[in-house]
Write a protein that binds this ligand. Structure first.
Ligand code: KG4
Ligand code: ZN
Length: 401
């Protein structure tokens, strides 16, 4: 099966095409293209994602990103002179589905009728969680493509996309990038750490999620971004803090709190930690470069410790056999080390699976993989009319298959 997926939940405009084979869960996915156009440079002035700018940029970039993804996959062919694709231009349903996105609509009508319908079996799109107006741009674009090419469209939960990255096992092959789904042993626990989310999802089976812990305020990535801003570092702050923290040597002279460490549940809170950094900076007045390094280090240690401790506690409580770690923040090496250390400390250990390093941040490949898994499991795509953006979509309200 060939699947094309679209992701616009935050500040990355992404399209990916995969080729998937096998019988679920024994499936392989080959990356035919994985185009991610990041807007971070534009949002840098705002110290975070500026929603209306994200919407405008998705509208502006989706068609060029689609074109690139089709080209990379070898699926871009000019329409034959005898084709009737020009009818797309006057198809009222296609035209009206993008009426709120004038620039996208214009580019779509200029490009899509000029190319041959690509050899694809299905489309997939992120419906949430994320910035709702940004999600709508991707959804409307996907609906227009589904109409133009007469293909099924599978709505995918962004967090499920992150979950599936941790199940990917890289299969070595000289010419292609191919992954297999790792044979997962349930129950499993997924630690999902990104800019918008920090949650522990218990999986008793494929596609079945129960949120057993989540942040009460800021997400881990959000805390990284805000602390980076306090230290005068650019957005996104996670990689910046990690880089600075790696330079620290010795014993820190400051200590920051480990929030909710004794709360007796599996929830998180990072806003207090962020405030503690703010007070520390105010108390110190002028802060030297060395002190910045020290704060970055201590902040990262505090986040890593809390994440590891809570994850291990939940893993023990639910007797899980597999622990999955995914999302933008899971790129952090210290967090990976701390989780590995904490999990190996107490037998019986669970299998610890991290998302491949290049797939921790937002991308459409993970959306395609989740769709491939759903199709392979026998799910069918709903009517495109029923697909709506759900900014607050939760993993635990997904329909079981
Ligand atoms: O999953 P993601 O790309 O987007 C969302 O769905 O939110 O996550 C982005 C977040 C940002 O907050 C970014 O600062 C953080 O992931 N991040 C990191 C690292 N790389 C990205 N945080 C800590 N350490 C990193 N190395
Ligand atoms: Zn994400």
């Amino acid at each position: 099966m060939k699947i094309l997926a679209i992701e616009t939940s935050c500040d990355e405009t992404a399209v990916s095409i995969i080729l998937t084979e096998g019988v679920f869960p024994d499936i392989s996915v080959r990356v035919l293209s994985n185009v991610v156009l990041s807007q971070t440079k534009l949002h840098v002035h705002y110290g975070g994602v500026f929603p209306s700018l994200a919407v405008r940029e998705h509208g502006r970039n989706l068609v060029p990103v689609l074109q690139q993804a089709l080209e990379d996959a070898g699926l871009l062919k000019p329409a034959s002179p005898t084709s009737n694709y020009s009818l797309i231009r006057t198809n009222k349903r296609i035209v009206s589905v993008m009426e709120r996105e004038a620039e996208l609509q214009a580019q779509f009508l200029k490009f899509v009728p000029t190319i041959e319908k690509p050899n694809l079996d299905a489309l997939a799109v992120t419906y949430g969680p994320g910035l709702e107006p940004a999600l709508w741009v991707g959804i409307n674009f996907a609906k227009a493509l589904a109409l133009a090419w007469d293909m099924p469209l599978m709505p995918i939960n962004h967090m499920e996309g992150h979950v599936f990255t941790a199940f990917l096992n890289h299969a070595e092959n000289q010419k292609t990038t191919t992954y297999n789904l790792k044979p997962a042993i349930f129950p499993a626990l997924a630690l999902l750490i990104s800019g918008g989310h920090t949650e522990l999802a218990l999986m008793r089976d494929w596609f079945a999620y129960e949120i057993v812990g989540e942040t009460k305020d800021d997400a881990a990535g959000e805390a990284f971004d805000k602390v980076a801003r306090m230290l005068g570092l650019p957005y996104p702050g996670g990689p910046e803090i990690a880089r600075l923290a790696a330079r620290f040597r010795g014993t820190p002279s400051i200590t920051l709190p480990r929030p909710m460490i004794d709360s007796g549940d599996f929830n998180f809170s990072f806003s207090g930690l962020k405030t503690a950094v703010l007070y520390k900076i105010k108390e110190l007045g002028e802060i030297s470069e060395d002190m910045k390094t020290e704060i970055a280090h201590e902040f990262q240690e505090a986040v890593a410790e809390v994440l590891a401790l809570k994850t291990v506690a939940a893993a023990e409580h639910y007797g899980v056999k597999t622990i999955l770690v995914a999302g933008g923040v899971s790129a952090n090496q210290r967090i990976r080390e701390e989780l590995t250390r904490a999990i190996n400390r107490r037998p019986p250990t669970a299998d610890l699976l991290f998302a491949p390093k290049g797939l921790t941040g937002d991308n459409a490949f993970m959306i395609a993989v989740a769709a491939a898994a759903r199709f392979a499991r026998g799910a069918s795509a709903p009517s495109p009319n029923t697909i709506t953006a759900q900014g607050g979509a939760r993993l635990d309200s997904l329909p079981a298959i």
